[in-house]
Design a protein around this ligand. Structure first.
Ligand code: HEM
Length: 400
């Protein structure tokens, strides 16, 4: 069998992560990167091509190329066919010029002033949550007491959710990230409805928050306004919560790195970038191919779909030396954990500030923090289409 012939065979790698390495991408996906950084997935006769892209350079190139569409209806799933369009207000399912309209409107509201105000609140919210954790005492589920409430409360600040609604908001968001599918669906519908009503109330009575700015200073329809609010909740909550929880888990498994971060607060900014790279919790992205294009020696046809393995790309040795090592002192610049191109994460500065404050604060407040169960018993999320993370993180510590 010639090498060329072998390399052109469709592949069907398992997307399962190795149970012993919950921080690493699926081994069969990563293994493709050296041989076939863009590989055709096996599919039934006559189905559009579905390509798995694992090389850093190719993933980055596709994310910046308008011939690859973000619109869900251009993306083909072997078992489902082409997807339905994204819900109203979901920027990740739009292309230019629709996307440009929403993006400009939102980018103008994530102002430096607002981010500075939020930074002050992040420090306060983090302290309050750590106080609550201390009062409650060990053991605790870090997801429930810290990793989930901190970003949920930050979203409340960003959107201007009134204080009296926050407890209910918290309960519903908790259900949203970890419950049976039916309960999740119900919580999502309830939160969406709540945010739509809140957005409309802000039109009449604006306060000093992003939702009020959008309600009064944009040409969004009521439906679009509610949709954007719900989308921001989805985009900013599960992501940051899982980075905080999985990031803490990774640090607890690596005492030397943990001590380095705890003892040197100056390391926080770089450490957060490395955790983002290493964990790549938004593990895969999808794009639909709009016109025939040659890429990495492969002929892609209009109507094909590419699956971008961002997690494998962020472990590409062509970009990062010793990529599988978690090394908080390395320059992780250029990682793709927030995406790249026109859809690059709009909330990345907020997420960064949350993590730069939260990790060191947690580790200095609880210097003896450790897992309360064997690492293999920590329930890891396994569905590759979900944001990667843990369902709970049982921890304990010595009382001071
Ligand atoms: C660690 C936390 C986060 C991670 C890893 C993350 C990751 C990402 C990624 C990978 C994308 C690109 C999706 C694509 O190309 O299709 C994205 C888009 C986006 N994110 Fe984040 N995100 C985080 C936190 C946040 C926060 C806190 C917010 C705001 C509250 C936010 C708001 C958005 C928005 C609005 C978009 C859509 C941008 C667009 O399509 O133009 N994200 N995020």
């Amino acid at each position: 069998m010639s090498n060329t012939y072998y390399r052109e065979q469709p592949v069907s790698p398992s997307f399962d992560r190795a149970p012993a390495c919950p921080f690493d991408p699926a081994p069969e996906v990563t293994a493709l990167r050296a041989e076939q950084p863009i590989a055709r997935l096996a599919a039934p006769e006559g189905a559009p091509g579905v390509w798995l892209v694992t090389g850093y350079g190719l993933v980055r190139q596709i994310l910046a190329d308008p011939r690859f569409s973000s619109r869900y209806e251009t993306q083909y799933y072997p078992l489902m066919g082409y997807l339905p369009p994204a819900p109203t207000g979901d920027l990740t399912g739009m292309d230019a010029p629709e996307h440009t309209r929403f993006r400009k409107m939102l980018a103008g509201k994530f102002t430096v002033r607002r981010m500075n105000l939020l930074t002050e609140r992040i420090t306060e919210i983090t302290r309050e949550r750590l106080d609550a954790m201390e009062r409650q005492g060990p053991p605790a589920d870090l997801v429930e007491v810290f990793a989930q409430p901190v970003p949920a409360l930050m979203i409340c600040e960003l959107l201007g959710v009134p204080y009296e609604d926050r407890e209910q908001f918290q309960t519903s968001t908790r259900t949203l990230s970890d419950a049976e599918p039916d309960a999740q669906y119900a919580a999502f519908a309830e939160l969406g409805e709540y945010l739509r009503t809140l957005a409309l109330a802000k039109r009449a009575n604006p306060t000093d928050d992003l939702l009020s700015d959008l309600a009064t200073g944009s040409d969004l329809t009521d439906e679009e306004l509610g949709g954007v609010a719900a989308f921001l909740l989805g985009a900013g909550l599960d992501t940051t919560a899982n980075m905080l929880a999985l990031g803490t888990f990774a640090l607890l498994r690596d005492p030397a790195q943990l001590a380095a971060l705890r003892d040197d607060p100056g390391l926080a900014a770089g450490a957060v970038e490395e955790l983002l790279r290493h964990l790549s919790i938004a593990g895969t992205g999808m794009r639909g191919v709009l016109e025939d294009v040659e890429l990495g020696g492969r002929q892609l046809k209009a109507g094909d779909t590419v699956i971008l393995a961002i997690n494998a790309a962020n472990r590409d040795p062509a970009k990062f030396a010793d990529p599988d090592e978690l090394d908080l002192r390395r320059p992780a610049t250029g990682h793709l954990a927030f995406g790249h191109g026109i859809h690059q994460c709009l909330g990345q500065q907020l997420a960064r500030v949350e993590m730069r404050v939260a990790f060191p604060a947690l580790l200095t407040r609880f210097p003896t923090l450790r897992l309360a169960v064997p690492a293999e018993e920590v329930p890891v999320r396994t569905d590759p289409s979900q944001i990667h993370g843990v369902r709970s993180l049982p921890v304990t510590w010595d009382r001071g």
